[in-house]
Design a protein around this ligand. Structure first.
Ligand code: CU
Length: 151
């Protein structure tokens, strides 16, 4: 039997309600904006720090009309940077996002993720995502030394 998608969602929603599960039936969306002042003298991630549940999708949106930005993990496989994400996590790089463009990321390995914007790292455009909680299976606080980890 094949159900239309809408019916399936209604049924799934009811099942979640009856099971008294936390309100995760609707897909939660967390957004980090990439911003800049009109003349470009300041650029930043907004918020620049965020705590998330494991597996929640984060969408980075370039809301800066005057600049391209990236969201790029600190990782040896990306521009030979020291690793500042969990050892078991895959490094991510959005590539250049033009104004209005976005990039979605879902992090399933709990731990601390530090990231930067390639053209604006030196201007302080960096951020951190904390996924899950210390003590979660596989948690990796990362960046345990001042310089990060080269593994
Ligand atoms: Cu930038």
């Amino acid at each position: 039997m094949k159900l239309p998608r809408r019916d399936f969602l209604v049924i799934a929603g009811s099942a979640l309600f009856l099971a008294h599960l936390p309100a995760i039936g609707g897909r939660r969306v967390v957004t980090v904006d990439m911003r800049g002042t009109a003349r470009g003298e300041r650029v930043w991630f907004d918020p620049f720090g965020l705590a998330l549940e494991t597996g929640v999708a984060v969408t980075f949106v370039n809301r800066d009309p005057g600049n391209s930005h990236t969201v790029t993990a600190y990782h040896p496989r990306l521009f030979e940077r020291v690793r500042r994400i969990p050892a078991q996590a895959e490094p991510f790089d959005s590539g250049y996002l033009l104004p209005g463009e976005s990039f979605e990321l879902t992090l399933t390995v709990p731990g601390v993720y530090d990231f930067y914007c390639i053209p604006h790292e030196q201007a302080g455009m960096v951020g951190r995502l904390v996924v899950g909680r210390p003590g979660d299976p596989g948690w990796d606080g990362s960046a345990t030394t001042m310089g990060g980890d080269h593994r």
